[in-house]
Design a protein around this ligand. Structure first.
Ligand SMILES: [Zn+2]
Ligand SMILES: [Zn+2]
Length: 260
């Protein structure tokens, strides 16, 4: 059983919804694993409400290095330090993740990286690789976004989740998403040819072609979200057997393994 909690569902500069950030929980044997997908500048308070314990989080996936996806890290790391964390923290992302994270922390809290009392392990995940960390298989594919973004597929015991990060679907991303139960996709606008971003109709088309059973739309442009909600029935009809979700912060989904 995997639990997916939408901590934030907003785009970068939304006044109402925190940045898109998703918490994944699963149990391997007796020890629970907690993974965070993206941590933008407005995500940490949502995380702390859901996970107040400093030692609980195991890893963080960063899809790309735009502030609304990783500028929450300094706050998260320094609060862990304040609260006496000792457990190792794994940060996963594409090539260069260590440099990006250390630069962000250095700008926010100069000299703090060296003071953190818990080890940080950086794991690079590049397209074409299969990386195993805490019982989860990580695979990534390039999306189409102005800043290099990797879409992520995680497989945990016959359950697969695909998360786009930011960007328009690519053939590589589509191939990676094949057979995933849940697709979490950014849908900045409703439809049309949007360079560098996903759309509602594009994500529905993509998730249907990949055989997903659920699609969660996140990162909807702040002025577009109302239109999406007003047209939700039309989009649901378009999605047919695919179950369409437009989550709000705090919404949870429970996934069970695909038993063939
Ligand atoms: Zn971005
Ligand atoms: Zn973004």
């Amino acid at each position: 059983m995997i639990e997916v909690i939408f901590l934030g569902v907003g785009e970068a500069f939304d006044e109402q919804f925190p940045n898109t950030s998703i918490l994944i929980r699963h149990k391997t044997g007796t020890s629970p694993v907690t993974l965070l997908l993206d941590c933008g500048f407005t995500a940490p308070p949502q995380f702390w409400k859901e996970v107040p314990e400093a030692d609980r989080l195991d890893g963080i996936w960063i899809s790309h290095f735009h502030g609304d996806h990783y500028f929450g890290l300094p706050a998260l790391l320094v609060r862990f330090w304040e609260e006496g964390r000792t457990k190792i923290l794994t940060l996963l992302g594409h090539k260069g993740i260590e440099t990006f994270v250390r630069q962000a922390l250095d700008l926010a809290y100069p000299g703090f990286y060296e003071r953190l009392a818990f080890p940080i392990r950086f794991v690079e995940v590049e397209p074409g690789q299969e990386v195993q960390v805490f019982g989860i298989t990580f695979q990534a594919a390039e999306n189409s976004h102005p800043q290099r973004d990797l879409a992520l597929r995680i497989d945990v015991r016959q359950t697969a989740i695909y998360y786009s990060g930011d960007g328009r679907p690519t053939p590589e991303g589509m191939a990676l998403a094949q057979g995933s139960q849940l697709v979490i996709h950014e849908a900045f606008l409703t439809e049309g040819d949007v360079p560098g971003h996903g759309t509602v109709t594009g994500a529905i088309d993509m998730a249907r072609k990949c055989g997903a059973s659920r699609l969660a739309l996140v990162h909807i442009q702040r002025k577009v979200r109302r239109q999406v909600m007003e047209r939700i029935q039309e989009f649901e009809e378009m999605a047919r057997s695919l179950s369409l979700i437009v989550p709000e912060p705090g919404d949870k989904i429970t996934l069970y393994p695909n038993v063939a």
